[in-house]
Each structure stands twice: as C-alpha cells, then as structure tokens.
Write a protein that binds this ligand. Structure first.
Ligand SMILES: *Cc1c(COP(=O)(O)O)cnc(C)c1O
Ligand code: SF4
Length: 444
C-alpha cells in the first residue's frame, strides 16, 4: 500500500495545568486568561498538545477562537460564585486538600454520570456485572479498554470529564477481552463492537492489538464490524503517519479488513479547522486506503460550532476525504452545560440551515440527536398540529427496539435543551415510552 507522508514527523508534547506557564512563554496569553485557566482546570480537566497549539488554534483570535474554546477551560464554564470560590482558594495558595473539598462539591453539582450509563447500560452475565462494557442498543456493544481511557487533548465539553479529574474510578474499564468474547458468543443479536474511551487509539498499537486480534481471529458470535470511537484524527493525526508505531497501527487496520470484518472509524470532528491541516489530510487518506470507513460525528456546541456555515463546511471537507457525515449531537446534560448548550429549537434551525446548503452526499448526517436515557432522540421538526406548536421527535435508537423510527410529539418550548425539559404535546401526561422505561429501570 502506498504511504502518503506529506508532513514532517512531530514529537508529541502534552500541556496540562502543571506546565501551562510554558505555553504563555511562546503564545500570547493574557494574565486574565491564564489565571482563569488555572482556576477552571481545578474543576474540569485540561490537556492540550503541541499539534493543537501549533496547527489548530488561531492565536490572533483569543479567547473567541473555536479551537481555543474547544480545548482551553473558559471562565464561563463555572457558575460565577463557584468560579470565585475556587479563585480565592487558588489565590490564597490553599493546599490541594482544601481546594479539593471545594472542587468536589462543584463537580457533584455537574451531573457527572449522565443518561443512566452506570446503572442501566452495564450488561450482566451469570449474575456478574461486566464492567468495561456497555450494552444499550441490541446490535452494538461498547467496550472500554483500561489503557484507552484518556485522550490526546481534552474537549472542554467532554461528557466523560468526570473520569479525567479522577472523580469517577476507572473500575468500569476492562482489561479483559475474554469476557467480551464470551458475551458476544452468548448474544447473537450483536453485530458491532465499538471500542471506545476516552480514546482507544491513544493506546500503543501493541496494546490495541491485544483487544483486536482475538476478535478478528475468533469472530465471536455474529460480529461483523469493529468500530473505534476516536478523536485522534482531529487531535493527533501523526498517530497514523509518523509515530513510532504508526505503520503497525495501519497494519492492524489492514488485518481487520483482511479478516472480512468491516472497520468503522467513528471520528469526532468539532470544527472544519480540524480538517484543514496537511497532517489530517494525509491521515484521512492513509486510513481510507486500508478500506476502513470513516464516519464523522460531533455535538453542537455554543462558542465552538453554533453556526450552520461551520457544519456545512465541515461536512463538505469530510465528503472530500471520502468520509461520511454521521451524527450531529445535542450537548449532553452534564458538566459545564450552561456555557455550551444550545436550545433544541436553535439546534434544529442550525442543522436545517446547514443541511439545506450541502449536496445530498453530505445528507447522510442525522441530527440534532440527544443521547438520552431512553435512546437517541432526533428533533425531526417543529410543527403546528391542532393549533398547538410542537417538536416532532423521533427515536433513531431505542433502549427498546420497538421504539425505533417512532415519531412522537412534545409541546414546543423555545428554551428547552434536553428531552427531560420537554412536556408531552396535546395535554398527555407522559411520553409513550415512559412506562416501559420505568419497567426497564427496575430491571424487568
Ligand atoms: C450511539 C450509540 C451506539 C451506536 O449507535 P449507532 O446508531 O448504531 O451508531 C451504541 N451504543 C450507545 C450507548 C450509543 O450511545
Ligand atoms: S475526545 Fe471524546 S472522550 Fe476525549 S475529551 Fe473529547 S469528548 Fe471527551
């Protein structure tokens, strides 16, 4: 296979709140911005790297630059009183223990475990919960390898933020691929294994191989597809190009394809800027040359991509690279959601505006979609029925498969940001799925 390397190798360097001072030595960060980062990064995780800093961020546009907003903590991410409380402790050089107490209280208020992930998605086999796996929709099992529970940089809006600040123990991750194999053998409805994190492609190729090889050699159950959920093409494209074990990673992709499984790279791109560097262009080419397919998804986020032009441009780049636009998500109900969330009505407008100005090849994308407790719920439309203004909603995925593709209606609310803030339309007391969902909650 031809290897395209139109970029020079880059040595990875991470920046966290411990060496943030170094960034301010070579990029202009005002003392205000710097101190806000120091305060907020006590509560929410911060990690950047030299690719994000050198090639993605426009340093002439701080703090508004979308990639700066994507990676660097912002003061608005905390409630003003919380920000003040932490700032005072930091200014007084309080001990880590004392700051930690203030910080934990703030983190607890930020819904660290959204959408019943811990309680409802962990599968049970012979009475034993299988930590490190989630199984919510029939066809797809999620697998969380222990070594893949971090990322090359952290998104400020990350819905897994709790694990990066050590608020959540990593017991839910797994080292044990044998359990996964047995589970697949006893669940013939599963066709897809989604290896995710954090970011599984942060693992060395050697470790990743330990999880992937048993799947391609034994093809447990009815598995047809291996998916990787990853932001590495956006945050560190050199992973596919010039890292020490890049060639081995590409070889592993080849092996998956040669085993007649489908390899789906579920790539997280938040802004078209992430698709414009030489490195990402080469990486996309090298991935697709293996026969893997790249599908792209991201949430709609205030200050980062709340603009139809950004989405339309992003989808066009993706199709140019031979990748498939897949999902536009609604910002989840966790973490600094007040800073980042966009109301459903506005999300629907942005989606529709972007969707209407791209070719049909981009319209494989679905959204805006909420990954909520009952399932993936898409805002299909805003309409008026029998004199009532309503949201037209649809299940793209359902915890109960009989919900899938069902249309239902909620009373229109201009400010609502999540399904739990909506009321059923037409004076009904509950949504059609709620009784069944309560049964599932109780384990029936
Ligand atoms: C989105 C998601 C999947 C995959 O859904 P597809 O529509 O098949 O891409 C699987 N499990 C969970 C928990 C998800 O949120
Ligand atoms: S890439 Fe995903 S898991 Fe990693 S920080 Fe971003 S949103 Fe979180």
């Amino acid at each position: 296979m031809k290897i395209s390397r139109s970029c020079n190798p880059k040595q990875y360097k991470a920046y966290t709140n411990r060496n943030i001072q170094e960034i301010s030595q070579f990029k202009s960060l005002s003392e205000d911005v710097l101190s806000a980062i120091r305060v907020v990064s006590r509560v929410l995780p911060f990690r950047a790297n030299n690719y994000v800093i050198d090639e993605l961020i426009d340093w002439n546009n701080i703090p508004d630059d979308p990639i700066f907003q994507l990676v660097f903590p912002q003061p608005g991410m905390l409630e003003p009183a919380d920000f003040e409380a932490v700032r005072q402790q930091v200014d007084q050089k309080a001990s880590d223990h004392v700051i930690g107490q203030v910080v934990t209280g703030i983190q607890d208020k930020m819904n660290p475990h959204p959408a019943g992930q811990m309680q409802m998605n962990v599968p049970v086999q012979k009475g034993k919960p299988l930590s490190g796996m989630q199984h919510k929709y029939n066809e797809t099992v999620l697998f969380f390898p222990t070594q893949g529970q971090t990322c090359h940089a952290y998104c400020t809006y990350c819905f897994r933020w709790a694990q990066f600040v050590g608020h959540e123990d990593l017991k839910f991750a797994s080292k044990n691929v044998d359990e996964l194999m047995r589970y697949l053998d006893s669940h013939p409805q599963v066709t897809d294994v989604l290896i995710t994190g954090g970011d599984p492609l942060i693992m060395s190729s050697k470790i990743l191989r330990r999880f992937v090889e048993p799947l391609i050699q034994n093809k447990p159950g009815n598995i047809r597809t291996i998916r990787f959920g990853t932001k590495v093409p956006a945050y560190w494209p050199y992973r596919f190009l010039t890292d020490r074990d890049s060639d081995d990673l590409i070889r592993l992709f080849d092996e998956v394809i040669d085993s007649d499984l489908h390899l789906a790279i579920m790539a997280h791109f938040s802004h078209y800027r992430e698709l414009q560097t030489d490195a990402v262009a080469s990486a996309m080419k090298r991935i697709t040359e293996t026969g893997a397919m790249i599908r792209c998804q991201a949430p709609l986020i205030r200050h980062i991509n709340d603009d139809p032009h950004v989405w339309a441009t992003m989808w066009n780049y993706q199709v140019n690279y031979g990748a498939t636009p897949y999902y536009m998500f609604v910002e989840r109900d966790t973490g600094p959601k007040n800073y980042f969330s966009v109301p459903l009505a506005e999300a629907y407008d942005i989606f529709t505006n972007a969707y209407s100005r791209v070719s049909g090849l981009c319209r494989t994308v679905r959204g805006p979609s909420m990954s909520a407790t009952p399932g993936k719920i898409q805002v299909e439309g805003i309409s008026e029925i029998a004199g009532e203004k309503v949201f037209v909603l649809k299940f793209i995925q359902g915890r109960d498969p009989s919900w899938v593709n069902k249309i239902f209606y909620a009373h229109y609310d201009e400010k609502a940001r999540w399904i739990t803030e909506l009321k059923p339309a037409f004076g009904e007391s509950s949504f059609f799925y709620e009784d069944r969902l309560n049964e599932i909650r109780k384990g029936k």
